[in-house]
Structures are given as structure tokens and as C-alpha cells.
Design a protein around this ligand. Sequence first.
Ligand SMILES: [Fe+2]
Length: 238
Amino acid sequence: MTKIVGYRREDAGAPPSAFADYGSTGLRAPTEPLVRIPPTLTETTGPAGCWDRLTGPAAADLTTQHAGMPQGQRIIVAGRVLDEDGRPVPDTVMEIWQANAAGRYIHARDQWDAPQDPNFTGAGRVVTDADGGYRFVTVRPGAYPWGNHRNAWRPAHIHLSLLGPAFATRLVTQLYFPDDPLIEIDPIANAVPMPYRQRMVCRLDMDVTTPNWALGYRFDVVLKGRDQTPFEDDHHDD
Ligand SMILES: [Fe+2]
């Protein structure tokens, strides 16, 4: 029998749709009660088990996608996707996107005065293994200004999207770095109250770090429950 995968939109620690200090949420947050549309088999049953075939080859190393090495500090980001009981969640598509080391995205709307890097696209994708594990090699992204308020700068961050067994199970969040003083004055990070905010901060891990090659950071994603990672309710451009 096919299992229907239900999910709630409002989980503990999730940021609110409208958050006054994060200006653009005022334009896109719903002003009317949400209309609940019961999920159907189409959204909830597929394409579990087929992600590898659908997504093509993994793109786990963002530093080898072009002719040369990108500028900046090479890092490894690794961890596991876990359920509320700490069990690994395999076969989850994890996609990341990020700015380059100077804080600039490859995007037509990103026009601030920081250099593009011809050796860095800033996008990667893997499928978690049988142990729920994933591993990316990338460069540490830079901070960038975003015009939300006077002198607004986003802390260095990596965007993450996770697709579980079905298209309706997409979750989106951001990863921050533990030594970044911009986090505590960032309205997007602060839309998630403490202590939940801390679950979006990776940690330096000398077991992930590779000697003489790259610093390693661990970031486990918990899908539900007491230790859940806060997820956004929609796609955020910033
Ligand atoms: Fe961003």
C-alpha cells in the first residue's frame, strides 16, 4: 500500500511568514488564512528511490566545476540528514547554492560591486547515502549587502534545499558559520528565535577537516522533532 506523506507547514522554530525587520516578507506573506489543499498521491508518493536517475551525476565538489580553482578558502561541509529519533534519512536530494568568496552570486539581479569568479558557479547537489550522509567541497562564501535597511549585510551563508521521498516534501533552510558576528544582527537569521537559530549554525569539526587541504564543518539536518532544523516557509532570494 502506498504511504501518504503528510507534513505541517508550521513547526517549532520555523520563522514566521511575516517578520517586520525582514522587509520583503511584508510584501509576500499571506494576509488571509491559508487554504489547506489535501495532498494527493501525485505529490506525496514520488519519485522516491529514483532521485539518482532523475538528478543525474552528483555535483559534490563546487571547486572543480571549471578550468581553475575558485578564489577563497576551500572548505568541506558534511553531515547527516536525520529524523526526529536520530535515524538516518537516506535518498534525500540535498541542493546547495551560495555566493562566491567575495559575496557575489552568479545571478542577473546580483549587481553589487564585488568580483565574479569565473571558476565558481556556487551550486551543488548530492543524494544522501544509506547512512543519511552527505559531503560537499566548496569555498567559504563572503558576506554581501542586501538593502533591507541601512548598512544591511547578510552573514556568510549557504542555502540548502532538501527533497525527501516526494516533491511535496521539499524543505529549505540556510547554514551559517560559527565565527560570524553578523548572525546576531541579521534579520533573516533573527526571524528564527533562539535556541532554534543555533541549529542553523554549523560547527568546525577536525574529523571533517582534511590535513593540509581544507577546514571541515559539520551540519546535521534534523527533519522533525525537538532538535529540528528551522526551515523557511517559502523560497527566499536573499
Ligand atoms: Fe543568500
